[in-house]
Design a protein around this ligand. Structure first.
Ligand code: PLP
Length: 392
């Protein structure tokens, strides 16, 4: 199918909730993707964070093909070899104490599980989240999400949620009560504009939770799997969440999520939660292969190295359109003094696909396997698009 016919066919039947770009992506390899007309792009959308391993990684391709031919469906009423191996391997890379794991199929489900477990464990109902936070689109996770555009059409949402300014420890302390089940935070806010958590805030949040009998939930759906230069962003901060939500890149691009559970969380009553597809052997095989690639290729280390270089190169750009450049590892945001949409279009015409994070922040989520020369080309395309006067 050519590009125009794909777009026309899909546009006729799609739900309408996604503002789509007029581009049909049909193939990928590493950090490159191709549209149906054969045009090549450097992919800094990275599956919105699901493609940390890049596209068509041979380890994922063969793990998925082998497992598909052996067993795809196996609900968690049975045990399974791939699932057992995955759980052990994931517990092995998680922050200390997170040794029990609930498997699901997406980020929002991972957050949903964390919220439910926190309420069941504490017998309390309150959840405190952060302004500008993003946690997903199902009713519970949406209730913790800040953006009004996402929330407003679906009100009333779940009761018991409050929001405090990110990095404001005093406000967090005031928001905690005897009925607070959990504090839910991203270590680095991704969707909300690439805002880094301050170490004192995140450590203080952990301390407050411990003092007040609340649980600390860290949403690592976007920051996990090497993105920020550690396996999990929590490890930069030395925090040990009671519950951690992961998803996006955990199965090499296949849909999968997980809620990691620490020792302060009471075991949930039997039958109290579940998922038909959760822990299916196909996703588990892909997730196990993902962990092997992450370690074998030291992708967190690569993200730290390339991310530091990228940040330095971008911070050296002198453009009247740039307000601030910030990031951690290969999670990078450029806050603009102008709307981001035309900038994204300009980059696309120069062969670079990137993301927004709000109306004025340009977000880069390249696969962690991206080649250094490709990152240089991204910097060049950004410089051209932002009319950089002088590159230091
Ligand atoms: C993407 C994201 C989610 C939601 O994940 P889905 O798989 O789209 O449900 C939740 N939290 C954070 C921090 C995210 O970036």
């Amino acid at each position: 199918m050519d590009q125009q016919s794909i777009i026309e066919l899909e546009a006729r039947y799609t739900s309408g909730v996604y503002p789509k770009r007029p581009l049909a992506i049909v193939r990928g390899q590493g950090a490159r993707v191709w549209d149906a007309d054969g045009n090549e792009y450097i992919d800094c959308v990275g599956g919105q964070g699901a493609a940390n391993l890049g596209h068509a990684h041979p380890a994922i391709v063969s793990a998925v093909a082998e497992q598909a031919a052996r067993l795809i469906s196996c609900p968690e009423i049975f045990y399974n070899d791939r699932r057992a191996q995955l759980l052990a391997a994931l517990a092995g890379v998680a922050p200390a104490g997170l040794t029990r794991i609930f498997l699901c199929n997406s980020g929002t489900e991972a957050v949903e599980a964390a919220l439910k477990l926190a309420r069941a464990s504490t017998g309390r109902s309150g959840i405190v989240a952060a302004m500008r936070g993003f946690h997903g689109r199902t009713m519970g996770a949406l209730s913790a999400t800040w953006n009004r555009e996402y929330r407003q059409p679906f009100e009333p949402l779940v009761p018991g949620f409050a929001h405090v300014p990110f990095n404001d420890l005093a406000a967090l302390e005031r928001a905690l009560s005897d009925n607070t089940a959990a504090v839910l935070l991203e270590a680095v806010q991704g969707e909300g504009g690439v805002h880094l958590g301050e170490p004192a805030f995140l450590r203080g949040a952990q301390e407050l939770c411990r003092e007040r009998g609340a649980l600390l939930i860290i949403d690592e759906v976007q920051t996990g799997y090497g993105r920020t230069g550690c396996f999990f962003a929590s490890q930069h901060y030395g925090i040990e969440p009671d519950l951690m939500a992961v998803a996006k890149s955990m199965a090499g691009g296949l849909p999968m999520g997980a809620c990691l559970i620490g020792p302060r969380v009471a075991p949930p009553p039997a039958h109290s939660h579940g998922s038909t597809f959760g822990g299916n052997p196909l996703a588990c095989a892909a997730a196990l292969a993902t962990l092997q690639v992450m370690a074998g290729e030291d992708l967190p280390g690569r993200a730290a190295r390339l991310g530091a270089r990228l940040l330095e190169r971008l911070q050296a750009l002198r453009s009247p359109l740039i307000r601030e450049v910030r990031g951690l590892g290969l999670l990078v945001g450029i806050e603009l003094k102008t709307k981001v949409t035309p900038i994204l279009q300009g980059l696309q015409s120069r062969g670079v696909l990137a993301l927004p994070a709000g109306a004025t922040v340009l977000r880069l989520l390249p696969p962690l396997v991206i080649e250094e020369e490709d990152l240089e080309r991204v910097v060049g395309a950004i410089a051209q698009t932002l009319e950089v006067r002088r590159v230091a």
